[in-house]
Ligand binder design. Structure first.
Ligand SMILES: [Zn+2]
Length: 189
């Protein structure tokens, strides 16, 4: 897939052209003035499946206060920042979006979202208490029992897929690491 239509160099501000840099195999934005090649690579989205209750029979969900998918439920997740590990990013997003105190468990799902130029990574996490303090990106944070998950009102396919794996693994009593490729959303006309 082509990258975004970058028109100007991020270093010097001169116009960029899309062309194949020497020795490479695909078009990239290349600055006409300084020659800077603007590599656009997938971004990492990190999050958690924060669970609560005696044997993880409740999960923390956040109602999105911002686009995309405002008004739909999600697991706490967001973009990994430079300078932090995947696990640190997942814990930070959980604090920022829900105000939840958690202890991370293992890596849980790794999802290629090629059409969005993203890789999503979720960790399992145990909530240390049930106090919540949602941040500005979250309209409401709520701990729901697993049979109350609003499947029809989830924000993202990655969230649905991750919650499905959690229910399956919890039922089997063994948690693994799961990978998948998430296809583009089929738009109904
Ligand atoms: Zn330049």
């Amino acid at each position: 897939m082509p990258g975004p239509d970058i028109k100007f160099c991020r270093l010097c501000g001169s116009p960029s052209d899309r062309r194949v840099p020497h020795g490479e195999d695909r078009e990239r934005p290349v600055c006409r003035a300084c020659g800077y090649v603007d590599y656009v690579n997938p971004t990492n989205v990190v999050g958690t499946v924060p669970v609560w209750g005696a044997d993880g029979d409740h999960v923390l969900l956040c109602l999105r206060a911002i686009e995309p998918r405002k008004g739909f439920w999600t697991l706490p997740a967001g973009f990994l920042e430079v300078g932090e590990t995947l696990a640190e990013g997942a814990a930070r997003e959980t604090r920022e979006e829900a105000g939840a105190r958690i202890e991370l468990d293992g890596l849980f799902t790794v999802l290629d979202v090629v059409h969005a130029r993203q890789v999503h990574v979720f960790y399992r996490a145990r909530m240390l208490d049930d106090s919540l303090d949602p941040g500005p990106e979250t309209a409401e944070a709520r701990i729901v029992s697993l049979d109350e998950i609003p499947w029809d009102d989830l924000a993202f396919a990655t969230v649905r897929w991750t919650l499905e794996r959690y229910l399956e693994d919890r039922a089997s009593g063994r948690f693994g690491v799961h990978t998948a490729t998430i296809p583009p959303r089929i738009e109904s006309s």
